[in-house]
Design a binder for this molecule. Structure first.
Ligand SMILES: CC1=C(/C=C/C(C)=C/C=C/C(C)=C/C=C/C=C(C)/C=C/C=O)C(C)(C)CCC1
Ligand SMILES: [Fe+2]
Length: 557
């Protein structure tokens, strides 16, 4: 295990967090970068959006049972943009030089309209740039992504396009109704709000996307400005895509669900190119449409295509009406399957039935060789129950704090045999009590992508809670977890950043943006080995919850 002594530094100011594996206190090192005193940073270049709730006390009740909370996680960001210096508490590792950016749904209110579901919010980027070592410094920023959906909503004072849980009212005139129909059939009526992933492509461009194929955007990682549209030069159609393409320095792999002839196209785009090429196609085994595919997994040789019983509702998409699960139907009788496609030949080498599952985020996959060759696939698995979707309704997040209503989740481990057997296995990778019977929003060391690995980082639960409220480091070999928790705080996805030159899998830091109970917000830096806090950098005010992050290393000066 890694023992990077330069990295393991206890905070220069007393940590208010706790760790289930707390080590004996160590003396804080002399740290020239600690800026213990919090200072307000002036708002620069702020453009106030029409109806934000910045000064309102948001609805909700704290863990303590109080009727109000200042928690910013579930309220709209207070202005369109901000940037400035961030005070550092603790010690940044000297090697931490680069930019962490996080994407997520930060604006749920426009005009008189308040969105219903977490996934609806207009995309907000948050940036923290670190310069570690002696002259350590941190700067930060947040900014709205200028998608068509966002610009139209701000201009009209209401959402105009279909979002996850919102369908615009049908047009009144016959002529406009025909227009609506065309929009539905072509997909033009769907949102392009890119609040899901944030992908540094191998060629330096940074892409943000959602699950509609309508439009993905490119952003400037320094200013967070929306600099343009990512235009594919191929003619692959389709309305939806995975929100989590798998991106390496050389390629971009993704899946395009086919809602007409249920199946998936597995496609690849080389770094520097805008043209996706089809590797192969997988037909669905259940019906009537493909299972929802937010993310997927890949090994070095194979792409794994999941097919779960929460399926796209073509009727909902075409009629602009909500299905039982918004854009999806829960069809347990249709079965659950996993398909494995060879990346080099495009041939499906395994297609197995598996126990019922419900997974939004896949963690990693790898190949097991030998007599019992198989593909092992890990995911955040919700015990085959789609209830997590309803858990993420904003009113539940705001009003049920401290109530134990977060559905159970586990690390689900699939074993897909490559010998032609018709069935695959699904097991629980470690005792879910280790992470509080809740887990999602995961990351790994990217150097282990598609390979055998040991550690996963995720949000876990300290119950009672209505949403994951811990950061957890899961050791899949020892089957143990360490956790970080702060009473009343909501941390976002723990993102692993490796120390340059590291060889141990957990030699690095984990970054998360935390909204605390008192309305404040900060980027938290944990030592990935010990899972102890080493620094936090404070934003001038708390930020809304966000989903996924990325890391862009600083270029040599
Ligand atoms: C799928 C279609 C649409 C949009 C889908 C969107 C925007 C999906 C977004 C999914 C996200 C952000 C998932 C995040 C999951 C977080 C979890 C599980 C956290 C768990 C914590 O415990 C429409 C555009 C609505 C229509 C076409 C189809
Ligand atoms: Fe996601």
């Amino acid at each position: 295990m890694a023992t990077s002594l330069t990295l393991i530094a206890t905070p220069c100011t007393a940590p208010r967090s706790s760790s289930s594996f707390a080590l004996a206190p160590r003396l804080p090192p002399r740290c020239s970068n600690a800026t213990a005193a919090r200072r307000r940073v002036p708002v620069r270049g702020a453009v106030r959006a029409t109806t934000l709730q910045s000064d309102q006390e948001p609805a909700g009740s704290g863990d303590s049972g109080a009727t109000t909370t200042k928690l910013s996680a579930w309220t709209s960001v207070r202005q369109e943009r901000w940037e400035g210096d961030l005070p550092i508490e603790g010690c940044l590792p000297p090697w931490l030089n680069g930019t962490y950016i996080r994407n997520g749904p930060g604006m749920w209110d426009v005009g008189e309209h308040a969105f219903h579901h977490l996934f609806d919010g207009y995309a907000t980027l948050v940036r923290v740039s670190f310069r570690g070592g002696g002259g350590a410094r941190a700067t930060g920023a947040h900014r709205q992504i200028e998608s068509e959906a966002y610009r139209a909503a701000v201009a009209r004072g209401r959402p105009v396009l279909r979002e996850f849980s919102h369908c615009p009212a049908p047009a009144k005139s016959l002529l406009h109704r025909v227009g609506d129909l065309v929009g539905l059939v072509t997909g033009a009526a769907l949102t392009d709000n890119p609040n899901s992933a944030l992908l540094p492509l191998g060629d330096g461009r940074v892409m943000c996307l959602t699950e509609t194929t309508k439009r993905s955007v490119l952003i400037d990682p320094d200013t967070l400005e929306t600099v343009g549209r990512f235009r594919y030069t191929d003619r692959l159609g389709g309305m939806v895509q995975s929100a989590h393409p798998i991106v390496t320095e050389t390629e971009f792999l993704t899946l395009l669900p086919d809602l007409v002839r249920p199946g998936h196209l597995v496609v690849r785009m080389e770094a520097g190119s805008n043209e996706r090429k089809v590797i192969g196609r997988v037909d669905c085994r259940g019906g009537p449409s493909p299972g929802w595919l937010h993310s997927f997994a890949a090994t070095e040789k194979y792409v794994v295509v999941p097919e779960m019983p929460l399926r796209y509702s073509s009727a909902s998409l075409l009629a602009s009406e909500l299905a039982p699960f918004y854009a999806f139907d829960w069809v347990p009788a249709s079965g659950s399957y996993m398909h494995v496609m060879c990346k080099s030949t495009g041939k499906t080498v395994a297609s197995v039935e598996v126990p019922p599952f419900m997974a939004i985020h896949f963690i990693n996959a790898y190949e097991e060789e030998g007599d019992e060759a198989a593909v092992v696939v890990d995911c955040c698995e919700h015990y085959g129950d789609p209830a997590i979707i309803e858990t993420l309704v904003l009113s539940r997040l705001r009003l049920l704090r401290g109530k134990d209503v977060l559905p159970n989740a586990r690390v689900g481990r699939f074993r897909i045999p490559l010998d032609g057997s018709p069935f695959g296995e699904l097991e629980t990778a470690l005792d879910p009590e280790e992470h509080g019977r809740g887990m999602d929003m995961c990351s790994i060391n990217p150097a282990r992508l598609g390979r055998k690995y040991r550690y996963a980082y995720a949000c876990g639960a300290r119950r009672p809670c209505n949403f994951p409220n811990t950061l957890t480091k899961i050791d899949l070999v020892e089957k143990k977890a360490k956790s970080w928790h702060e009473e009343g705080s909501v941390p976002s996805e723990p993102f692993f950043v490796a120390r340059p030159g590291a060889t141990d899998e957990d030699d690095g830091v984990v970054i998360s943006i935390v909204s605390s109970d008192d309305g404040e917000g900060y980027a938290l830096v944990l030592d990935a080995t010990t899972f102890e806090e080493i620094a936090r950098v404070r934003f001038p005010y708390g930020l809304p919850y966000g989903f996924h992050g990325c890391w862009i290393p600083a270029t040599e000066e």
